[in-house]
Design a protein around this ligand. Structure first.
Ligand SMILES: C[S@@+](CC[C@H](N)C(=O)[O-])C[C@H]1O[C@@H](n2cnc3c(N)ncnc32)[C@H](O)[C@@H]1O
Length: 316
């Protein structure tokens, strides 16, 4: 029986393109770059953003302060008034195929100090950004609770600048296990090639949180798992493109960008970021990434952007 998706105009159009061997208008044919550049800036996010040229970034991926007094950088008189200043810059600096991911959570009960709900409301009603997906990061390890259901998820919103946003689903598909593959391949209605590609990871991702003795840990109190960041970087940007994280923390995004051959800009007001990032680079396994990389500490922004652009031109 037909379900709702059979009448979805987006689905119908995508299937038609596929059938005719035509790519969607957002498709970008990218080449693996020989070298990628990574600029680390110790600066306030808003001051930095105001200096960035229009349409210069493919992916903004940020994990902003939560306003729950986790650290000295995590307390605000008026969270939304502060957040508006960087939210207002995102649309401008994204390229037309650009995407933005903002991590966050929902504050329950009487906290109401500002959270992802307020960010979602603000971007919907006061910016031209399009709300593409809400991703639920589900983890099994967490705190216990007695007066409510113990929390086991954090959210990330995916916003895009236009409907030509870049999305490489194939790069983040989850393989079927062998038994399921065999079973599905017997089903004449399914296309064997698609079964081999794997399944859409859906918008609920089960990825373990980093615990105290995780090997990935470099010491930052709110460090995100590599696997979580990697899925966004691979799916929402392409090799050789520019990824920006202006609340970089330990620089997890930059590490993933080195490993996945993207250029990156990391900004954090805390100079400790540089030390955390050194530890990240020490534990990277150089044998599995294909492009060389060059790290610049507090470079001149325009010179850095020229380096990235120059590289893109040579490879185009
Ligand atoms: C939640 S942490 C990010 C952690 C990061 N995702 C990781 O995996 O390591 C937020 C970071 O934002 C930084 N920060 C807070 N206010 C800032 C501001 N105004 N400008 C730039 N960075 C800021 C903090 O120093 C902190 O490192």
């Amino acid at each position: 029986m037909a379900n709702k998706s059979h009448f979805n105009s987006g689905h119908i159009a995508m299937n038609k393109l596929k059938k005719n061997g035509v790519s969607h208008s957002s498709h970008i044919e990218s080449q693996l770059p020989e070298k990628t550049y990574h600029g680390l800036f110790t600066e306030d996010a808003v001051t930095f953003l105001k200096k960035l040229p229009d349409s210069s970034v493919q992916l903004i991926l940020v994990d902003p302060p939560y306003n729950i007094d986790l650290a000295y950088w995590d307390t605000f008189e008026n969270y939304l008034e502060w957040a508006k200043q960087w939210l207002d810059q995102i649309y401008r600096v994204l390229s037309d195929t650009g995407n933005c991911v903002i991590f966050g959570g929902f504050q329950y009960q009487d906290l109401k100090k500002g959270d992802l709900l307020e960010i979602m409301h603000y971007t919907r009603h006061h910016t031209d950004l399009r709300f593409t997906n809400l991703v639920i990061w589900y983890y099994k390890n967490g705190m216990s609770a007695h007066r409510f259901f113990a929390n086991r998820h954090e959210e990330a919103i995916w916003l895009s600048k236009t409907n030509k946003y870049f999305f490489d689903l194939d790069s983040v598909r989850v393989p079927f296990d062998e038994a399921t593959k065999e079973l599905y391949k017997k089903d004449k209605r399914l296309i064997a090639e698609n079964i081999d590609k794997g399944k859409n990871p859906t918008n609920v991702w089960e990825i373990g949180r980093l615990n105290g003795n995780s090997v990935e840990r470099v010491g930052h109190p709110t460090q995100k798992p590599l696997e979580l960041i990697r899925r966004f970087v691979k799916g929402l940007s392409y090799p050789g493109s520019l990824v920006l994280d202006f609340f970089a923390g330990s620089g997890t995004t930059g590490r993933v960008c080195i490993e996945e051959s993207r250029n990156s800009i990391l900004v954090d007001s805390d100079p400790q970021m540089l030390e955390y990032f050194k530890l990240h680079t020490k534990s990277m396994n150089g044998s599995f990434f294909s492009a060389e990389h060059c790290i610049k500490i507090n470079p001149d922004l325009n010179e850095f952007l020229e380096l990235v652009e120059e590289k893109e031109k040579i490879e185009a």
